[in-house]
Design a protein. Structure first.
Length: 335
């Protein structure tokens, strides 16, 4: 591996001069700068970021840990975070916990070992136990798509109770008097909150809680949605309205319903959540509750950077964004 001493020797200058060319080029004459840069290019020298961090005491990397990078919602969150980080001259390392608490703990330990600038995290562990590793190392973090119960931690989230209410109100207004809720892992706050919002809408309409039937899914992906779709088709009477905890589940349900030759939305209305790009591109465009995912990632990164720039003066905030219903063909059938 080519080192800074190799560059200095080939360019006929000191190691300090090479360092200045890389870090403080204004201190070096143009002739020397050109000669050193030519050698750097010829030798393929790349400076050691870990060594630079040891000297400077600060990393140029922000870590982002999400539940599922296969979900386009988190891709949008990452995009927003990256824009904010890049504007500050930093990079983002994106990791996937795969909704596993054990993998989450391993990644958080890795972030602490690497002394990242800070962490953006959507916890798989609702207790937040794994985050103690970061706190013990003095590494700031911001919760994404979660509300922080700790006033000393920043968070950016969406009001999922409102989102669930919007979805159910739409189906009730279309004439449906019973709704199937396809939820995910019950330990996830979003799954619980979206269900609570749907129940609130039913109560407001004077309908009993039994008007909401829940079909559970182990994961929040298309495969789990197909499985849930097959099970809800076996319910008697067969449901006419389905609200899914996210769009991937809804797309899986849509596949199962199509396979059973049931017309959407005429025989069954379907509403998803997140409004990912694929929602509008589905065979029957999917009605969905839109989350401002890019804005969520950007705001979370900006708050993290504010905290790292001024740890003592930073004021922690818990920002809650509002969702909106995007109505498409999957829920517009006549009743």
């Amino acid at each position: 591996m080519v080192g800074i001493k190799d560059v200095a020797r080939q360019a006929g200058v000191s190691v300090g001069t090479v360092s200045n060319v890389i870090n403080r080029p204004d201190l070096v004459s143009e002739e020397t700068r050109t000669r050193v840069q030519s050698v750097i290019s010829r030798l393929g020298y790349i400076r050691s970021e870990s060594a630079r961090q040891l000297r400077a005491g600060a990393s140029r990397i922000v870590a982002l840990l999400v539940l599922d990078m296969g979900n386009p919602f988190f891709v949008d969150v990452a995009s927003g975070a990256e824009r904010a980080a890049r504007a500050a001259g930093l990079g983002v390392m994106v990791c996937n916990s795969a909704q596993s608490t054990s993998e989450e703990v391993e990644y958080l330990s890795l972030f602490a070992e690497q002394r990242v600038r800070g962490v953006l995290v959507t916890p798989a562990d609702a207790t937040g136990h794994g985050l103690k590793t970061l706190r013990g190392q003095g590494i700031p973090y911001v919760l994404v798509d979660r509300v922080s119960a700790d006033a000393a931690v920043c968070s950016v989230s969406v009001d999922d109770v409102v989102g669930g209410r919007l979805a159910a109100q739409h189906l009730i207004a279309a004439g449906h008097r019973s709704i199937v809720y396809v939820g995910g892992p019950p330990e996830l706050p979003q799954v619980r909150d979206r269900r609570a919002g749907a129940l609130a809408a039913l109560a407001e309409a004077g309908l009993p809680p039994e008007s909401l039937t829940e079909v559970s899914a182990e994961r929040l992906d298309v495969s789990a949605g197909r499985d849930a779709g097959a099970r809800l088709l076996g319910l008697a009477p067969r449901p006419t309205a389905v609200f899914c905890a996210n769009d991937l589940l809804a797309l899986g349900v849509l596949q199962a319903v199509f396979a059973a030759r049931i017309a959407v939305p005429e025989e069954m209305a379907i509403v998803g959540y997140d409004d990912i790009e694929f929602a509008a591109a589905a065979a029957v465009p999917l009605t969905s509750v839109r989350q401002p995912a890019v804005a969520m990632g950007r705001l979370a990164a900006e708050m993290l950077l504010e905290e790292t720039a001024d740890p003592e003066g930073h004021e922690h905030r818990q920002v809650v964004l509002q969702p909106e219903l995007v109505v498409r063909g999957s829920s517009l059938g006549a009743r």
